[in-house]
Design a binder for this molecule. Structure first.
Ligand code: SAH
Ligand code: TMP
Length: 409
């Protein structure tokens, strides 16, 4: 009997190409009492399907375990993301919304960072299963349904509120294990001229920047325009525009509609598809090569931190991100190398990092403590962090990054 994993979209064989080892849930920060108990871990392995062209996790942590009452990430923590979503809402309102009465549905609306801006232009409803962030959005006066988005809910929304002129989701598509069901939900909910917009971390950026730390439990899929256009086409939907975005370390926004809608597919779609083929995103070998570069990057980062520590320098982690959990666990970087991780999220402070058990302390501690080096575990927010931590660098402190390779910046 073989135990070949299969693609969650095509049902065809999935070729495993990268093994990041036994990994805790990236956002499962621990209390002191929990340190003594066994920690849940799962094999973090990634595969590629030659039929759907989709890169995906092989073993999945149940969404009900990840997205429930207490989701660690509050979108509004980042000023950059506030601006990013304000621009999206303005652009959508100016160009794409066409009926003030038809609903706009946001999937994964979190604390309302985008929903609040959309609500100024049309009746807007958020779908957000994580109760704590949904409550934060409701406290801002927003309309939020605290459920997972699936075809049954899509049918209810359509019956109760009418067909949607826009379904939008940022950094949520990659969290949805059944993408065929997602596409069916779009088909149920969208108005004849309705559009959908999704943005997620972009596979081409992950591959070219060697950003393997985008790979963790919550991200079941790593999208290319190649794989998404195949998925949507199989459900009578079509991507008509794509836009590369600088956020979250490099994202891709896709705009779609019904295949037969009166809307031309813009030239940028073909251009991006050609670029992805040039980079070999349709070939297994590309991913096998990527995995080899990841293993080399682990060795280089560990050696650099180890040598600094051996020479008597003090190193702190900066930002207790989900990406950080992956890097620290995969590379074997624990309290022997990092004194602590500082982070501005109150809900993480006073806890311990998953797997490595490095203490997470408030940002104020970092300012007072002034270590020699700060290893940035949220490299996607590097510019924002360096701008606000000028006192650290002016006093001689230096930042370390591992993207695209281990370096002192
Ligand atoms: N859109 C926000 C939040 C991204 S985090 C932003 O870009 O900043 C992803 C959010 O999607 C989480 O709040 C999570 O609870 C939610 N989510 C996960 N699975 C979902 C699903 N199936 N349907 C709707 N929301 C989901
Ligand atoms: P995430 O990538 O998993 O969302 O985590 C990013 C973490 O970075 C989050 O816990 C907040 C933290 N952070 C800071 O501590 N300071 C900052 O300036 C920024 C932008 C983020």
């Amino acid at each position: 009997m073989t135990n070949m994993p299969v693609c969650r979209i095509s049902g065809q064989p999935l070729h495993a190409f990268l093994d990041l080892g036994m990994m805790p849930v990236a956002n499962a920060f621990l209390t002191k009492a929990q340190l003594a108990q066994p920690e849940f871990k799962f094999p973090l392995r990634v595969g590629f399907c030659e039929t759907s062209l989709m890169v995906q996790l092989i073993e999945m942590v149940d969404p009900a375990q990840l997205f429930h009452g207490n989701y660690a990430y509050f979108s509004s923590i980042s000023r950059v993301m506030e601006q990013h979503f304000a621009q999206l809402a303005d652009a959508v309102a100016a160009e794409l919304l066409y009926d003030k009465r038809l609903p706009v549905v946001e999937i994964g609306s979190n604390d309302g960072i985008l929903l609040a801006k959309l609500a100024a232009h049309a009746p807007a409803v958020g779908i957000e299963p994580s109760g704590n962030v949904a409550a934060a959005a409701r406290a801002r006066g927003l309309d939020v349904i605290s459920e997972f988005f699936e075809p049954g809910l899509a049918a209810r929304l359509r019956a109760e509120r009418g067909a949607a002129q826009l379904v939008v989701g940022a950094n949520v598509l990659c969290h949805i294990p059944d993408l065929n069901a997602l596409a069916r939900s779009l088909d149920v909910l969208l108005d004849a001229n309705g559009i959908f917009i999704f943005e997620d971390p972009y596979l081409l950026e992950i591959i070219t920047q060697l950003a393997y730390d985008q790979i963790y439990d919550e991200h079941y899929f790593y999208f290319s325009v190649l794989s998404l256009s195949r998925l949507f086409a199989a459900h009578g939907l079509r991507i008509f525009r794509v836009e590369a975005l600088p956020v979250h370390g490099g994202s891709m926004r896709v705009y779609g509609c019904r295949a037969g809608a009166q809307r031309a597919t813009e030239p940028c779609v073909q251009t991006q598809l050609a670029l992805e083929r040039q980079h070999g995103l349709h070939l297994l070998q590309t991913y096998v090569d990527f995995a080899e570069r990841v293993r080399q990057s682990r060795a280089a980062l560990f050696t650099m931190l180890y040598d600094l520590k051996q020479s008597g320098r003090r190193i702190a982690g900066y930002a207790a991100s989900s990406k950080g959990t992956v890097v620290l666990n995969y590379c074997g970087i624990g309290p022997q190398l990092l004194d602590y991780i500082c982070d501005n999220t109150p809900g993480k402070q006073g806890l311990y990092a998953p797997g490595t058990h490095i203490p997470v302390l408030p940002i104020e501690h970092f300012a007072a403590d002034r270590p020699d080096f700060a290893f940035v575990l949220a490299w996607n927010h590097m510019r924002e962090i360096m701008a606000k931590e000028q006192a650290f660098t002016q006093a001689g402190g230096r930042f370390i990054t591992h993207i695209p390779s281990a370096a002192i910046v």
